[in-house]
Ligand binder design. Structure first.
Ligand code: CS2
Ligand code: MG
Length: 405
């Protein structure tokens, strides 16, 4: 007899930061977990799941992953968008987890098996001033990383994306009832950042892969100028140069620079990606397994990307949970046109609440050999850290007008 889903539940927990987890249970006694965390909008996706998805899942055959995906995607009529797609992602991941556990195999084996032995990772180094940034890059290298994203402060600005002032490491979302307001000035940034990345390159020598994130803030012309100015630093990539809504912007940027471009962390479907991929306007597609429809949909996006020699480079900040991070590593191990996996790292508490088989060593990740996704949830511990309101910052220019954060 086929198995059936008998219970579905949303777990909200905040071990260091908020996470939204979907738990599915089957009549055969299997449990699957999925991640639906949308940073700063956790309660919206929890409600979407609890009120509109969980009631539909009981009684379904957990083996029918693709059918359930299509049912939730086409059956809602209101398609796409970050909340809907994060909810679908969570169901998809939980079903892949269950399928792996039913088969007694890690999910990467179900995806065709390993095409590489280990998954290249990059992490973040950031500091307000250059000497500290160089120390941070060195520290990441000592941890084994072969690829590092470098972000620094900008003279004249109090706050800059990706850089922390306080002793604790960088975490974009701040706890509180309303977003923190940051200030921003693109001209100051553009005057400063090329010299920073040139100094980092000179410090580390030619081999270390260096990345930088412009976080959606430039006009096409500014982005083209920055890409060109950064060519001597030989970046692995320059990320999110322009806001993603205007995809034609990338055409102009492309015409002016050979710096590789990465984009897509805010995308949630193949339709957001297709023009950039088929137009060969980017080199890396950054969709997150938690935000763009789970393993099932990321496989379609990556297959399209392969045709155009675009590589998969999934978003891996601390605000996707260790559940979807693990899923991303399974995909990385089994996807031929995989490029690199972001690994921002987690608060120690998050590692405890989500015990995981995936591991990092010597600059590379591996999903582990546990059946399914290999990430469990310590529910008793999770319950000790209830959801706390937290928001990503908003940014205002020096004249007070709102700009892209
Ligand atoms: C990012 C994130 O990791 C990245 O490249 O741009 O830090 C992003 O700002 C957060 O995930 C937003 O939730
Ligand atoms: Mg980014």
């Amino acid at each position: 007899m086929t198995d059936r889903i008998i219970a579905a539940e949303v777990i909200l927990t905040s071990p260091g930061r908020n996470y939204v987890t979907l738990k599915l249970q089957t009549a055969d006694g299997l449990v699957g977990y999925g991640d639906a965390t949308v940073n700063g909008r956790e309660l919206a996706v929890a409600s979407y799941l609890r009120d509109h998805v969980v009631p539909l899942l009981t009684g379904l055959d957990p083996a029918r992953i693709e059918d359930t995906w299509q049912y939730l995607y086409r059956g809602a009529y209101w398609r796409r968008g970050p909340i809907t797609m994060a909810a679908i992602s969570a169901v998809d991941l939980a079903l892949w987890d269950i399928k792996g556990k039913a088969a007694g195999m890690p999910v990467y084996q179900l995806l065709g098996g390993a095409v590489r032995d280990r998954v290249l990772a990059y992490t973040h180094a950031s500091a307000w001033e250059l000497p500290e940034l160089l120390d941070e890059v060195d520290a990441r290298r000592e941890e084994g990383f072969r690829a590092v994203r470098a972000q620094s402060g900008v003279p004249g600005l109090e706050t800059v994306y990706g850089v922390h002032r306080e002793a604790a490491g960088y975490e974009p979302a701040k706890r509180g009832a309303a977003p923190v307001v940051e200030s921003w000035d693109t001209d100051s940034y553009l005057r400063h950042v090329p010299s920073v990345l040139a100094a980092v390159r000179e410090h580390v020598g030619p081999e270390l892969a260096l990345l930088h994130d412009a976080h959606h803030r430039l006009t096409p012309q500014q982005a083209a100028r920055l890409g060109k100015a950064l060519e001597p630093a030989d970046l692995f990539w320059l990320e999110d140069v322009t806001p993603a809504e205007n995809q034609d912007a990338l055409r102009l940027v492309r015409q002016h620079t050979t710096t590789p471009l990465a984009i897509g962390e805010v995308f949630n479907s193949i339709y957001d990606c297709k023009d950039l991929i088929t137009g060969q306007l980017i080199d890396y597609i950054r969709v997150a397994v938690a935000h763009a429809g789970g393993i099932s949909h990321l496989r379609s996006i990556f297959a399209l990307a392969a045709v155009y020699q675009v590589k998969a480079a999934p978003h891996g900040p601390s605000d996707v949970s260790p559940v979807s991070f693990g899923a991303s590593v399974h995909l990385g191990l089994s996807t031929h046109n995989f490029g690199i996996q972001e690994y921002m790292g987690y608060d120690a508490l998050a590692h405890e609440v989500f015990p995981h088989a995936w591991s990092f060593s010597d600059g590379y990740l591996h999903p582990g050999e546990a059946p399914g996704l290999g990430v469990e949830v310590d529910e008793a511990l999770a319950a000790k850290f209830p959801y706390e309101p937290a928001y990503l910052p908003v940014a205002r220019r020096l004249d007070g007008s709102v700009t892209d954060w």
